[in-house]
Design a protein around this ligand. Structure first.
Ligand SMILES: Cc1cc2nc3c(=O)[nH]c(=O)nc-3n(C[C@H](O)[C@H](O)[C@H](O)COP(=O)(O)OP(=O)(O)OC[C@H]3O[C@@H](n4cnc5c(N)ncnc54)[C@H](O)[C@@H]3O)c2cc1C
Length: 495
């Protein structure tokens, strides 16, 4: 049997990679340890309503998103809806509504609100735009010269240092400007300004939601997998890399089902805890091991899902409720501070009736959830203590929402809740929302691994989120397969 290219992990990163490789002529097999594919793109049903597990909104509609979907094989852009963008700062007891009609409008709004900081606000957005302009792949047509890795001056400055240098007068501004740090989960005092801006830009510019969320993406991706003849294996793991040649390339992958697959390359779109134990320990260089030791998971979430029976929260809106003016405290497991995101959308249920679907999720680390429930692992049996913990956190979050939208307590009917332990079950093994945190002066475990034909991608490896994980797959494809196959894909997609 001719060797196959194996993609391990079927979240957005693995799905994108599998489709790109198959479009380039590889025989691809997609391996997923759970019974269904999709990772955080998946949704679930309660009382006829559909709820998101880990994909609520995205950005990038004015840059590369439509190009990437076109290359993958989407016929046109799925229907999208803009979201009202509100930030409530609890310490200031103020709610801000920020425009969602482009980054320039957002900048103008903040300058109106805080005229004494107008120059600093202009500098912030100018820098964000410059970083994105200098980053290849926000436009898939970026040429090879631009694509070559090059250090930016903003790679060596943290988001916090940048904000400090702005000498902002209004204490609310660091959170309002860096609002989207909540969408990468890395601490401002550690994360490079470049990383922050790359994740934030699309969201700052056009915060949008696909109608029907991840369903619309996953449904089409499943069709494409079938059209391209990609073999999908679920409920199975890779348990051994075997049969190495002299160039340290693995030639056989052994699965938990007992099946041996002859492999050409393996792409891991999972947490490093999944693949590092499989790599021959003799090949792990000290620098690789140091990078692994520094890995820390980004936050996870405690989520509530339900129906809203009142009009108090605007339809199709995102409200971020932030308990501290210091995002380092909000995103660190060492402080009790948090942010709660409330998404309210109108969506037809399984009977075609329009209902107000509400999801509220609060930052929480897996370690916090384990210690509060006195559990050792997400696989432990759920105890009475766990149920108490769920009840008390549910109350906390409902109170949070009620503080911002008084009266919602009665109108918010909770159908289900999910803890970080639940997340670790649907995105094993760690269930973090944005994968491994990004730190200044550390190289990510992205691309080539110490085994010659093995590679890493996904939100643990480069950029998080829907846009970031898709873009990471395109970058890895272009790096590993080279310019010719990449340009061919663009041409075939008529780009
Ligand atoms: C509550 C929540 C809300 C979020 N909201 C948003 C949002 O609104 N917008 C946004 O852009 N991002 C959001 N994110 C982040 C986003 O979901 C992720 O960054 C992104 O989906 C990660 O994609 P991925 O493919 O890297 O990983 P995942 O989607 O986690 O996929 C990894 C896959 O690998 C599989 N796997 C694990 N171990 C193995 C193994 N041993 N063998 C085989 N398969 C394995 C897993 O089962 C899973 O299917 C949110 C995350 C959470 C948790």
């Amino acid at each position: 049997m001719p060797p196959i290219t194996l993609v391990v992990g079927s979240g957005n990163a693995g799905l994108t990679m599998a489709i790109l490789l198959a479009r380039a002529g590889r025989r691809v097999c997609l391996l997923e340890c759970q019974s269904s594919i999709g990772g955080y793109l998946r949704r679930f049903t309660r009382r006829g309503m559909r709820f998101d597990t880990g994909f609520h909104f995205t950005g990038g509609f004015n840059s590369c998103l439509h190009q990437m979907l076109q290359v993958l094989g989407f016929e046109g852009m799925p229907a999208v809806m803009p979201l009202v963008n509100r930030v409530h700062l609890t310490p200031a007891n103020r709610t801000f509504e920020l425009p969602n009609s482009g980054i320039d409008d957002k900048e103008a709004c903040l300058k109106d609100l805080f005229p004494a900081d107008a120059d600093a606000i202009a500098k912030y957005y100018q820098t964000e735009k410059q970083i994105v302009k200098e980053t290849a792949m926000f436009d898939l047509h970026d040429d090879h010269e631009k694509f070559r890795a090059r250090l930016s001056p903003y790679d060596s400055i943290t988001l916090q240092e940048f904000l400090d240098d702005l000498q902002l007068k209004a204490p609310e501004l660091p959170v309002l400007l860096a609002q989207m740090a909540l969408c990468h989960g890395s601490l401002p005092k550690e994360t490079p300004m470049t990383h922050h801006c790359r994740v934030s830009h699309g969201l700052d510019d056009s915060l949008r939601r696909f109608e029907h969320g991840g369903d619309v993406i996953l449904k089409r991706m499943k069709e494409i997998l079938a059209e391209l003849g990609i073999r999908v294996i679920t409920s199975a793991r890779l348990i051994e890399l075997a049969d190495f040649n002299n160039a340290n390339r693995c030639r056989t992958a052994i699965l938990s089902t007992g099946e041996s697959l002859p492999v050409r390359e393996i792409y891991f779109a999972t947490h490093p805890d999944v693949f590092v134990p499989l790599l021959p320990q003799g090949l792990l260089t000290p620098s690789f091991q140091r990078r692994l030791r520094r890995n820390r998971d980004s936050c996870s979430f405690f989520s509530l899902y339900g129906e809203l029976h009142s009009q108090l929260i605007p339809s199709n809106s995102l409200t971020q409720i932030v308990s501290s003016l210091d995002l380092n405290r909000v995103l660190s497991p060492d402080f009790p501070d948090y942010a709660t995101a409330v998404i309210n959308t109108n969506e037809a249920d399984s009977s075609g009736i329009m209902r107000r679907n509400v999801t509220a999720f609060r930052t929480m680390s897996l370690s916090e959830a384990l210690s509060q429930t006195e559990m050792k692992s997400p696989n432990d049996k759920r105890t009475a203590k766990y149920q108490d913990f769920k009840r008390s956190k549910t109350e906390d979050i409902l109170n949070d929402v009620n503080d911002v939208y008084p009266g919602t307590l009665e109108g918010f009917e909770v159908f289900a809740s999910a803890t970080p332990l639940t997340c670790a079950k649907y995105s094993p093994p760690r269930g973090s929302a944005y994968g491994v945190m990004r730190e200044l002066a550390t190289t990510r475990i992205f691309g080539r691994l110490p085994v010659g034909n093995c590679f890493a991608l996904g939100h643990n490896a480069l950029l998080p989120g829907f846009l970031g994980t898709m873009m990471g797959a395109f970058i890895l494809f272009r790096t590993v397969l080279g310019e010719e196959p990449y340009q061919k894909l663009l041409k075939e997609a008529k780009l």
